[in-house]
Design a protein around this ligand. Structure first.
Ligand code: ADP
Length: 622
């Protein structure tokens, strides 16, 4: 029989295991039991949909043999055939969770293994060789996989029943670690209690105890016992559960390093009764916005697993939620069909959504700091939720939104914004840009800050699009400071501007003619204070929206560009003196336009030409 080599990644992980003396090696048992439980789930699900597959009474067994120095973990779950043994155990499946952490220190490694386990291979933390014998449901042949970490061998064999038997040959005690404890049944039993108590299938062990006879003599007897309580954590009463238990359950189920930000455990009685244990993660999964992100909500019926990624029971805008919903009322026998029972699912979803919403609202009002952390991770999701479907869900979500603003760069809700609007302020002002820093440098911002108007920073690409579906809040319209007419001036100021525009009509027309390919209008404006020019768009599409659309390959959509000139700026004063010199105006009009492009965060048309012109000007001035 040929010895096969492990794949590189697997080898690396195995080395981690071999050197894991500083880690909590106890968790190997939790990992193997959880695999066994998954295998039982899979068999159960198959039996629901495939009448050819029968279900034995599901069972996990642990046997300890002190003389042989072995622990055996058996299950009668789905089993693996030869190819699956090769695929599943020859390569590490769960690599994703640690792969991106390429340069791990020993301490980090210990953290990974300890906190969320690494599946099957953790067996090698306590064993120097491992045997797996497995027979897949409805298949005749069984197969055996053996490894001493250097490589592995696979052979065919016989096995009476379906399922998997894993035998660990426990390491000899070393100076640092006493592996012998894993050969003590009582120790194993307490590890099961500690880490796997909530496993829904019975975990059985044969345990020795003493029976006391009437004459006072003790007799040693062996009894088979179920060592786990089998009550899943969400079915226990809150009083019984410590915060640690909630957190451990979450971290194990979702392979997350960090504790959840929020835990919700509740029970609903009524038309559709259910228990839910829901979590808001404290970090956004790296693949959250990609198509391979898996929804983390599981559906159970009376403690029995029904399905993963149960998108039917939570709205998409809350897809960051992880956890379990266990309903009392779903009819199990019709498995797949249940999901078509829209009515029940809808009621469930409405109720789950409502609970999440209330919890977020409470967080927002009572635990602001936590809510802001949450919003940093998942705020965009809520905004997309508002935007989707032309705003059908905006009423649900609008008050959960926050934006950073010119008010100390802090988060503000729309309600808060409106409540502190300045006297005479009619609209909700916002400015969009790549980052708070770029927005802060916008020439258009100064005037509003002078008036002490608060301006929302729209730095998320969805923000400005959002205003096209929400339009207003509490009767106040959204208004971009980079679009259209800001209408900030008094009657006198407006008249003054009209007068100046008329006086300089020829000059403005000239500039307009020069830039006619590039901008739709050139006008004097009161928007600016210390800057000479800026670029704005009309009330429809903004320049920033154009940039976002471009990212989505919508190249054809262009914002209407308008060059606004500050009539009170020294530069305009100078320009007026040269109004009749066409060469000067031609050159400067273009330079002004290029400046405005730069300030709007857009590239200049022709960097080479621009640099040449600036250089010439510098030389002239020196
Ligand atoms: P994970 O459980 O995260 O997928 P593991 O390394 O623990 O990673 O296991 C790899 C794969 O091996 C599992 O996905 C499963 O398909 C299979 N497997 C492991 N243990 C068992 C078992 N007891 N019964 C059936 N399949 C198993």
């Amino acid at each position: 029989m040929a010895i096969k080599q492990f794949k590189t990644e697997s080898k690396r992980l195995l080395d981690m295991m071999a050197n894991s003396i500083y880690t909590n090696t106890d968790i190997f048992l939790r990992e193997l039991i959880s695999n066994a439980s998954d295998a039982l789930d899979k068999r159960h699900i198959l039996s629901l949909t495939d009448s050819g597959i029968k279900e034995d009474e599901p069972l996990i067994r642990i046997d300890v043999d002190k003389t042989e120095r072995t622990i055996t973990i058996s299950d009668n779950g789905i089993g693996m055939n030869r190819e699956e043994l090769e695929d599943n155990l020859g390569t590490i499946a769960r690599s994703g969770s640690y792969e991106f952490k390429k340069d791990l220190s020993t301490k980090d490694e210990a953290d990974i293994i300890g906190q969320f386990g690494v599946g099957f291979y953790s067996a090698f933390m306590v064993a120097d060789s491992v045997e797996v014998v497995s027979r897949k449901v409805n298949e005749e042949n069984a197969a055996k996989w053996v490894s001493n970490m250097d490589g592995y061998e696979i052979s065919s064999c016989k096995k009476d029943d379906y399922g998997t038997v894993i035998t660990l040959h426990i390491r000899k005690n070393s100076k640092e670690k006493k592996y012998d404890k894993y050969l003590d049944k009582n120790e194993i039993r307490s590890l099961v209690k500690k880490y796997s108590d909530f496993i829904r299938y019975p975990i059985r062990m044969t345990l020795e105890s003493y029976d006391y006879k009437e004459d006072g003599k003790a007799e040693k007897v062996s009894k088979e016992e179920t060592v786990n309580s089998m009550i899943p954590i969400w079915k226990k009463s809150k009083k019984e559960i410590k915060n640690d238990d909630y957190e451990n359950f979450y971290m194990q189920e979702y392979y997350d390093y960090s504790k959840p930000l929020k835990t919700l455990h509740y029970k609903v009685e009524g038309n559709t009764s259910y228990t839910a244990l829901l979590y808001i993660p404290s970090q956004r999964p790296i693949n959250y916005y990609s198509s391979d992100y898996k929804l983390g909500l599981k559906l159970y019926s009376r403690g029995v697993f029904i399905k993963d990624e149960a998108k039917e029971i939570v709205s998409d805008y809350f897809r960051f939620i992880r956890g379990v919903v266990d309903s009392d009322d779903l009819n199990l026998n019709i498995s797949r069909e249940i999901l078509q029972q829209d009515f029940q699912m809808n009621t469930l979803r409405k109720s789950v959504d409502k609970k999440i919403k209330t919890s977020l609202e409470n967080m927002l009002t009572k635990e602001r700091e936590n809510y802001e952390k949450f919003f940093d991770c998942f705020g965009s999701q809520l905004k997309y939720g508002c935007y989707d479907g032309f705003g059908v869900n905006k009423d649900v979500l609008i008050d959960l939104l926050m934006f950073k603003s010119t008010n100390e760069d802090k988060y503000v809700t729309l309600k808060e914004y409106v409540s502190r609007m300045k006297e005479g302020q009619k609209e909700i002002y916002y400015a969009s840009g790549e980052s708070v820093d770029t927005i802060k440098k916008l020439p258009q911002l100064e005037k509003l800050l002078d008036k002490q108007y608060e301006v929302l920073y729209f730095t998320d690409s969805v923000d400005e699009f959002l205003t096209s579906v929400i339009r207003e809040y509490d009767g106040k319209m959204f208004k971009s400071i980079l679009k259209g007419d800001l209408d900030l001036d008094s009657k006198e100021e407006k008249e003054e501007l009209v007068k100046k525009s008329e006086e300089n009509k020829d000059l403005l027309d000239k500039i307009k003619e020069i830039l006619k390919e590039k901008v739709s209008d050139v006008r004097l404006s009161s928007r600016l204070k210390s800057y000479p020019v800026c670029l704005v768009s009309d009330d429809n599409l903004s320049i920033d929206m154009e940039k976002v659309l471009k990212q989505f390959n919508q190249d054809g959509v262009k914002a209407n560009r308008i060059l606004e000139i500050n009539p009170d700026h020294e530069l305009f004063g100078k320009l007026k003196q040269f109004a009749d010199n066409n060469d000067v105006i031609r050159e400067y009009a273009d330079l002004l336009y290029q400046q405005a492009l730069l300030m709007a965060g857009l590239p200049v048309d022709d960097p080479e030409d621009y640099v040449k012109k600036i250089t010439e000007l510098m030389l002239k001035a020196m």
